[in-house]
Write a protein that binds this ligand. Structure first.
Ligand SMILES: Cc1ncc(COP(=O)(O)O)c(C=O)c1O
Length: 394
């Protein structure tokens, strides 16, 4: 019998992955995954890039690259991040293999077995598993429509067993869908200042806003550069170009960067050069912004269709919000309704979603669920939401 590491006992199999298997059954309408729509990928643009690379660029694409990323991409991405007000020149930027790796690197850099870390409830499942893989003790803080509860955060920062970091997804949260208010972000920064608790700010969806008026609320906490606070900012090409590229990034204070670079060296030496060359050219040739605008428009259309249908079909005691960006709508059912039972009924009828318990670090929520509108067309949304609304009413 092989003797596996004890740290593996803290890894639970992802219910999302199990559900993905169901989601791939032919004909099932899936509101489960958080992946972009296959039909929206910029395939023609990427073909054009590949066909017009210089011999030098072609060779670089096949070669190993520096651990922190190809210099050309670091440079073009810096400009993209600077346009969001991020302090690129006073921090260090690193390309990672998806932002999942960025989160995993930070988990490795900070967590000793049993260390406390603070997360939102609900929380992105990939972060929960990265923290569990390092045997962290997760303390979760509730969310409302503006962000995490500051009174709970204050209490947690004052405990003697001090948490190592707080992990937040303030921009079109996965799974909750919310966009933090500017005030709540300021309160988070004020509460953490001087505590030695690092802030991990995950911005995987910020570019996918639907309404121009929300732009001021999208300014990262890292951009305000609050004093007395170490902020690790993570981002990704997955939702704005394609997850198959496996490219994300980390913007870090120097001392944290050095640790993460060492850990990354031991993991994969470098992220894929091939896709780094493509992403770099995508930015340099001015293709990124028009593409983001195109998908923003399409996801907004889907979000609005789904919201209109939910409004007309769901019982009034189901709580949810119209999304303002990103991929997700979060439903809170009345206490007596079990989301797992609803899921069983909808699978029989040909539609699938993710139950909220999956994203609950405590694993106790039974009456919540996440709907994604990113990977279904208008017709599927109409059919699938009718199935789900009927299953909730039963
Ligand atoms: C909030 C959040 N962060 C990070 C990721 C990781 O994405 P990737 O590793 O593809 O960059 C995801 C993916 O769904 C996500 O929803």
């Amino acid at each position: 019998m092989p003797r596996f590491a004890t740290s593996l006992t803290s890894l639970r199999s992802s219910e999302i992955r199990d559900l993905m298997k169901l989601a791939t059954q032919p004909g099932i309408i899936s509101f489960a995954g958080g992946m972009p729509d296959n039909t929206l990928f910029p395939i023609d643009e990427v073909k054009e890039i590949i066909n017009t690379l210089t011999p030098q660029q072609q060779q670089a694409a096949f070669q190993y690259g520096p651990t922190p990323g190809l210099p050309s991409l670091l440079d073009s991405l810096s400009q993209h991040l600077e346009s969001k007000g991020l302090p690129v020149s006073t921090n260090r930027l690193m390309i990672t293999t998806g932002s999942q790796q960025a989160i995993a690197l930070l988990a490795r850099a900070f967590i000793d077995p049993g260390d406390r870390v603070l997360v939102e409830n609900p929380c992105f499942i990939g972060a929960i598993s990265a923290f569990n893989a390092n045997q962290a003790q997760l303390t979760s803080i509730d969310l409302d429509n503006e962000g995490i509860h500051i009174d709970q955060l204050e209490k947690e920062t004052q405990r003697p067993n001090k948490a190592k970091f707080l992990y937040l997804t303030p921009y079109f949260h996965n799974p909750r869908g919310i966009l933090y208010s500017a005030e709540r972000k300021q309160q988070v920064a004020r509460t953490l200042a001087g505590t030695d608790i690092v802030l991990i700010e995950d911005d995987a969806y910020g570019d996918l806003y639907f309404y121009e008026e929300d732009k001021p609320r999208l300014t990262p906490i890292k951009a305000a550069n609050p004093s007395g606070l170490d902020i690790c900012y993570t981002g990704s090409f997955s939702k704005i170009l394609g997850p198959g590229l496996r490219l994300g990034w980390l913007l870090l204070p120097e001392s944290i960067y050095q640790r993460c670079e060492l850990i990354k060296q031991s993991l994969d030496a470098c992220s894929p050069s091939f896709t780094q060359v493509i992403a770099d050219q995508f930015i340099r040739r001015g293709m990124l912004q028009p593409y983001i605008e195109r998908i923003r428009h399409e996801y907004r259309r889907r979000a609005e269709t789904m919201s209109d249908l939910l409004q007309s079909t769901l019982p009034p005691d189901v709580q949810w919000n119209r999304p303002r960006g990103g991929f997700y709508i979060w439903l809170t059912l009345p206490q007596h309704i079990d989301a797992s039972a609803v899921l069983k009924r909808t699978i029989d009828q040909g539609a699938v979603f993710v139950i909220g318990k999956t994203f609950d670090p405590k694993g106790t929520q039974h009456n919540t669920l996440r709907l994604s509108y990113c990977n279904t067309n208008q017709e599927q949304i109409k059919k699938g939401i009718t199935i789900i609304a009927n299953a909730i009413k039963k």
